[in-house]
Design a binder for this molecule. Structure first.
Ligand code: GTP
Length: 803
């Protein structure tokens, strides 16, 4: 089979050296005319959609690469520059001022550019039958540019969960860096297929071979080298790439914008640059060998090609790479080369994202939860879920328990989306970025927020092009879009649309939540004060908006001083939050010094402290009680800690949160709501056992949020709350929660009276990678001036750095 590249080779030109060189314009095929037409479709097809993220260490060149992508796709007419603050994606003033990406920006563009003439049916058929690469047809790319700084890890995680694939950019000089390993691991947690782009190969000290080795050792995979760098004269200037899949050289004329590329076939290359040609052949052999180890079809193709590595068709290699990349537990990492700043290598990278990374339907079913039940969304839609009624909220709403299990009315679900980002736009107001996981969301649809239990109307739907937007009528499954004007939705909320615009979806769809992201506890805080009393309300509103945008920020109020405290993940995180609040949202407020979020703990176990509530409220008799005991709890040994031994008729339930363990002990409740020791109904009719546990847990957590010493959060304690029938009966959820709160505070005070509440400061385990020569000074610096301890130094395999 001969591979027809989706580029037109212009007639050979003879250079003075006599070497034939073909000259192409990337995607110039798009100007061809065709006879048969595909009917135009308004909704972009899911198969032609890629939801792609760019992940990397800070400064690896994510924004620079994104700017080139936008330029080559025709979205921008000039190339934006990070260094003069003229990029499209880093559009926040703070991002432009600092030259770093803070918020992920979602941008949509077409790659290759949509042709002026409709695509021919022949071409579509060739792509569908696998004789032409997918990149021969225009695709809809939703690109998320993510921040690289460690303080914005949460922002990266939030973007990662909605991606179908990712491009990991490496700095060709620095290689695989600490944050690269981190984000790589995080992307792995969501099983996101990833390709690697080695950038900055134009810089002095760039080492492609070493970077490939680091990909193998530090990202724990098998690098499938799809391109090798083309250095002028073998070691000089970086001038292009040799394409291992298609066996050709792509030379970028110096100083150009990268749109014109000279293509060399292998035969051309053998004459023009024999060294590169032989490297290219060796790389091809290695690629075919690697794929054969992971993909049986490649073994067959290799045998059919008379065991000639060079004769294996390019399309077979592309398909094999794709199969490996999409396989469960994949370890093959396709690797590309370039220098985005010099406009080298970006178009082939775009082709690779289309050809290798999956479309939304090729991803595993998205995990959802309905109460404590976890299931795939598609499984829910095809009726695989049967919920036991104990888990249902029926009892909460005063409905009687029913013996028959309930099947969720999945057919009522019109659309299900995740709000993955909230941004306040100066002109357009609050924009909520959503990814649709099922069905579609139409303009005017009533959306039920299952996290907040509120409904709101999607009056305006938009497709975003960085800071520009285009109104649309609907957003379909697999797509990313924006809803403007929502008043409540926060980052991470699940939004549900039901047929018939029901205000509350039928049970249990009202509790359907797409897998949430754990928000890590904050470690730094600062006070925020309005400049005058009149500004307080406005500041509070703007803080609320900031929290909708970024759930890793927390706002609390000191009960004694009334001071408002803003806490976050790091100093930079809080500084940026202040910039957003004061400069962008124009709140008239001042932020105090950034301080460390200490924690309080206890040293001794407490006595059992019981609190009883026995009173008539609104004509109803109520009686409830709770006993709390507390003991030190070592989180590092949490695996080995078992729930405390409980008497035979008691049942233990434990929950760990922010380094504390809360155990709730209740009698074993029989089906008829009685227990072993009593024939009376144990729980009031409006209360289920899960409700009771949640109420206890909330009460205990509220008590632990403020220590008795210096009002810092309490950590490393184990609270045990016990419900004793028949004393502790008939409370409502809020009285039970309040009792658990008071009982826990009493236990905390009792422990504190025995040995005080020592303060704990956050300690981080940090891995520092340095070259061997700098090891001594760095260790000295850490221990002498920064009070740190180097726990271990080790040499990375196959690399000159120690950590
Ligand atoms: N020499 C060279 N410099 C590059 C290249 N790509 C990016 N840079 C420079 O590297 C610096 C960082 O580039 P960015 O694109 O902002 O990197 P980033 O990964 O988006 O950075 P953050 O958003 O802060 O995480 C800028 O000064 C770029 O001009 C390249 O291919 N070659």
């Amino acid at each position: 089979m001969t591979l027809k590249p989706h580029i037109v080779l212009l007639p050979f030109q003879k250079k003075s050296s006599g070497v034939p060189i073909s000259r192409i314009k990337w995607h110039s095929l798009l100007s061809r005319t065709y006879v048969t037409h595909v009917p135009p479709s308004n909704a972009p097809q899911v198969a032609r959609t890629r939801n792609i993220g760019i992940i990397a260490h800070i400064d690896a060149g994510k924004t620079t690469t994104t700017e080139r992508m936008l330029y080559y796709s025709g979205y921008t007419r000039r190339i934006g520059d990070v260094d003069d603050g003229s990029t499209v994606t880093d559009f926040l003033p703070a991002e432009r001022a600092r030259g770093i990406t803070i918020q992920s920006a979602a941008i949509t563009f077409e790659w290759p550019q949509k042709p002026s003439e409709p695509e021919s049916a022949d071409l579509v058929e060739s792509v569908e039958s696998g004789t032409e690469p997918k990149s021969a047809l225009s695709h809809h790319i939703n690109l998320i540019d993510t921040p690289g700084h460690a303080d914005f890890t949460f922002e990266v995680r939030r973007s990662l969960r909605i991606l179908d694939g990712a491009v990991c950019i490496l700095d060709g000089v620095a290689g695989v860096e600490a944050q690269t390993e981190q984000v790589w691991k995080q992307a792995g947690e969501w099983s996101i297929p990833r390709i690697v782009y080695v950038n900055k190969l134009d810089r002095d000290g760039a080492a492609f071979g070493r970077t490939v080795k680091e990909v193998a050792s530090r990202l724990a995979g098998w690098p499938a080298v799809c391109q090798i760098p083309w250095w002028e004269g073998g070691e000089g200037r970086f001038t292009g790439v040799a394409d291992v899949v298609n066996l050709r050289g792509l030379l970028y004329p110096k100083g150009g914008d990268g749109k014109v590329i000279r293509v060399f076939t292998l035969q051309d290359l053998e004459k023009a640059n024999p060294k590169l040609a032989s490297e290219l052949k060796r790389a091809r052999i290695a690629l075919v060998e690697l794929l054969s180890e992971h993909d049986d079809t490649m073994v067959d193709t290799f045998l059919e090609s008379n065991e000639d590595h060079l004769a294996v068709p390019a399309m077979a290699i592309l398909s094999s790479l794709r199969r490996c990349l999409l396989a469960e537990n994949n370890r093959v990492i396709p690797l590309f080369a370039g220098a985005s700043f010099r406009n080298i290598g970006v178009q082939p990278l775009l082709d690779a994202t289309v050809n290798l990374l999956p479309e939304p339907r090729e991803r595993p079913d998205s995990e959802i939860s309905i109460g404590a039940t976890k299931i795939g969304l598609q499984d829910l839609l095809i009726g695989k879920l049967v919920l036991p009624n104990a888990d249902s909220q029926a009892s909460k709403r005063g409905r009687k328990h029913s013996a028959t299990p309930s099947v969720p009315p999945a057919h009522a679900l019109e659309g299900c989306a995740l709000a993955f980002k909230v941004v306040n736009d100066v002109r357009k107001g609050v924009l909520v970025y959503i990814r649709i996981y099922s069905g579609s969301i139409h303009r005017g649809a009533l959306l039920y927020n299952t996290n907040l239990n509120v409904s709101e109307k999607a009056t305006t739907l938009l497709r975003m092009y960085a800071s520009d937007s285009l109104p649309v009528q609907s957003i379909e499954a697999g797509q990313i879009g924006v809803i403007a004007g929502l008043k409540h939705a926060r980052t991470g909320d699940t939004l549900i649309a039901c047929y018939g615009s029901k205000v509350v979806p039928p049970e249990p769809l009202d509790r359907l939540q797409l897998r949430p992201i754990e928000v890590p506890p904050p470690v730094f805080f600062a006070s925020i004060e309005p400049n005058s009393l009149r500004e307080e309300k406005d500041m509070q509103e703007k803080l609320a908006l900031l929290l909708r945008e970024d759930p890793s920020l927390h706002v609390t109020q000191d009960e004694d001083t009334g001071q408002i405290l803003l806490s976050g993940m790091g100093e930079l995180h809080l500084e940026i939050a202040r910039d957003r609040l004061v400069n962008d949202l124009k709140a008239k407020a001042t932020m105090g010094q950034i301080e460390i979020g200490y924690r309080e703990t206890i040293l001794h176990p407490s006595e059992a402290m019981t609190k009883i509530y026995d009173r008539e409220t609104a004509g109803q008799k109520g009686k409830a009680g709770c006993t709390a005991t507390m003991e030190p709890y070592n989180t590092t040994e949490s695996q080995s800690i078992e729930p405390p031994p409980s008497p035979q008729d008691l049942e233990a339930w434990s929950h760990e949160r922010d380094g504390n363990l809360v155990t709730v002990l209740t009698p074993k409740i029989h089906q008829d709501n009685t227990s072993h020791s009593s024939k009376d109904a144990l729980l009031s009719p409006n209360l289920t056992l899960p409700d009771l546990r949640t109420a206890y847990l909330n009460g205990a957590l509220a008590a632990l949020s403020r220590g008795p010493g210096k009002s810092y959060q309490v950590r490393s304690v184990h609270v045990t709350l016990t419900l004793h029938p028949p004393t502790h009966l008939f409370g409502t959820e809020s009285t039970i929660s309040a009792l658990a709160h008071f009982a826990t505070i009493a236990a905390l005070k009792d422990s504190a009276s025995k040995g005080g509440t020592p303060l704990m400061e956050p300690v981080m385990d940090v891995t520092i990678s340095v070259d061997e020569a700098s090891l001594g000074p760095v260790v000295h610096d850490i221990s002498s001036s920064r009070g740190g301890h180097a726990i271990r130094t080790a040499r990375r395999r196959g690399d000159q750095t120690s950590h």
